[in-house]
Design a protein around this ligand. Sequence first.
Ligand code: HDE
Length: 748
Amino acid sequence: EKQLAAAMPYNPTKAGEYGDAARTPSEGAHNQPSTPAATGSTSTEIVMSDKVGNGQPPNGENRTTAPLDRVRVDAGNQVLTTNQGVPIADNQNSLKIGLRGPTAMEDFILREKITHFDHERIPERVVHARGSAAHGFFESYGDYTDLTRAVPLAEKGKRTPVFVRFSTVAGERGSTDTARDVRGFAVKFYTEQGNWDLVGNNIPVFFIQDAMKFPDLVHAAKPEPHHGMPQAATAHDTFWDFASLSPEITHMLMWAMSDRAIPRSYRTMQGFGVHTFRLINAQGESRFVKFHWTPLQGTHSLVWDEAVRISGADSDFHRRDLWEAIEGGNFPQWELGLQIFTEEQAASFPFDILDSTKLVPEELVPVTPVGRMVLDRNPDNFFAETEQVAFCTAHIIPGIDFSNDPLLQGRNHSYLDTQISRLGGANFHEIPINTPIVQIQNNQRDGMHRQAIARGRVSYEPNSLGGGCPFQAGRMGFTSFPEAFNNVDKVRGKPELFAEHYGQARLFYQSQSPAEQTHIANAFRFELSRVQTLAVRQRVLAQLANVDAGLVAKVAEGLGLDVPEALPRVNDTPIPAYEPSPSLSLLARPGQTGIRTRRVAILVANGVDGDAVRALYADLLKDGAVPRLVGNMLGKVKTSGGDALDVEISLEAGPSVMYDAVIVADGGADLLARNAQAIDFLREQYRHCKPILVLGNGANLLTKAMIPQTLPDGSADPSLLVDGTLDAFKEALASHRSFDRETDPPMV
Ligand code: HDE
């Protein structure tokens, strides 16, 4: 039976039969979803069998993949052909004049193959080049037609297919996933009224206020142009030079230096639309809105030392995590929340809602949940889907409109424009992943790579020869909100409130837990330690002096510098004082999925108590965790009971940073204690504040690793369990990390 299970392709719908439900699939596995979703569910629980896809969804509810079916290719049982469909007899040898002679120009098969290969690459995205994506659906909690005509929110239980791409910003396409960076969070809704793209980030504010500065920001952050270094990192002079001369960046720096910039997983990040948008209802009434995505998995991050090591151990860490969660049937979910406010409310705020360096505190305007998003299907082909997907902030549908945020206005131009060079022409909307689920009808014609075969002689409007078609939709169609403008000059400039840069930076820093504040200070210290120009370091300190005296003192001390005079402010209006906002802390959202998908290493060696390990393993699996038997080497370890356990991964191939927690099993620890990799493993788990369960003679490894058994303040360490229970371990694992252990510098 076991052999049969191993031979079967991984498939969560078969998981029941093989008792293997929560295991992540084997490397590279991709199941072809075949069971349509249960429909109409409004439950926010993760539904394991809730698989959609294959192009034949019930009630037309998931049409994301249906239009793609036309172009899906499966080579099973098929003969190899050229691009013209000619069957190929020999794909191993080129055509030669004699076995040892020159290759014939005539070999059209060779030339076609090589020519295509030569042109396989397209330009990568100028920002957000590195990304990973998945299909899924959005489901509305109710009927929100009083707020908006946007069809995804029109009725309770209504499902709209989505394709979501997460990304880092600065790194190139092959760069590491765990760089300290902002993450993109771009959602394409395929609605009956066309595609709506909500192209957001995992941070609710941005670096700059006006699109005019974007190329400068990106040039400063990217590898320095003379030597092309560093990759995927802002820890270099040009970024901090720009930052220190741009006080508007200060609020964003707080977020970008916080743990938000090193998420544990794409699944544990919030998402934000960042700009203020408008919602417009059928009566033409407008309200302002900010979009929030909140993960049911909770908000969890890495620690910096861990992020750095993961870059070496698995630079695809986030890509793999998302892929495996979905293949294993653990479909990540986010709740969509709206902050809705009127023009009058906006006018009373101490900041300008058109300024993307400001957020609307939840204390001012609460977040109202309106739906959930479930990602339940991996792409079939990375290039065709994840790489070719083209998001654009200007892709909006009736019921949504822009605000005058000057950053958003600039983006509305940039995204369409960039696709033309990236995807090779103006017809990128015809690439299957970008095509709306509704038929496109207009008089645009021709261009590179045109797919549609438009029939008839009419490609203009007005026409009588085509019966006037396609005709304007009138009130059914998209109409812009008729915002009034009176007595305004055409100017280059910004509103006065845009000039206040420190109130919300202070709000963010002061709303963080002590551990998070320490991480922010340490991130500044790290980044500025890499900066070579002293004046730049000092200017950043002067900027921080406007934020928080404790923060600047800590960073200055870390750099061996004195705290300088605060940077002069643009005007002398007082910095607005905000109430602390606890929801700005990552710890405010532990999540609802417990230990599901958390990776647990069980360290084993010869002499291990096999029965105890099997029981632990099964118990963790039952709760959806991902246990792995980690040993000195691959192969079998002999148990104390005389049978054997299969080591799943070696300490060398699966180092500590790949796991959220560790169990040192009883029996094999003396052997493990002779391997420095096992000692390092345990020390890193400790340093990264992860739960540790040590059983029986596992305590010897703990001693060998010189791990203190109490917290620095002398109290008991609730996530270091020596001969503790599995329940206590699971509780610690559910709360992710215990930062009480942290010292700076680390003691272990
Ligand atoms: Fe982008 N941004 N951006 N950006 N951005 C791009 O579009 C740009 C901004 C964001 O997964 C590019 O298709 C300008 C804010 C995401 O494919 C480009 C400005 C936010 C993605 C571009 C901004 C974002 C992009 C590069 C300032 C958060 C990846 C490739 C005016 C709300 C989407 C592409 C994906 C990608 C321009 C600022 C998020 C060049 C000019 C603010 C998530 O068009």
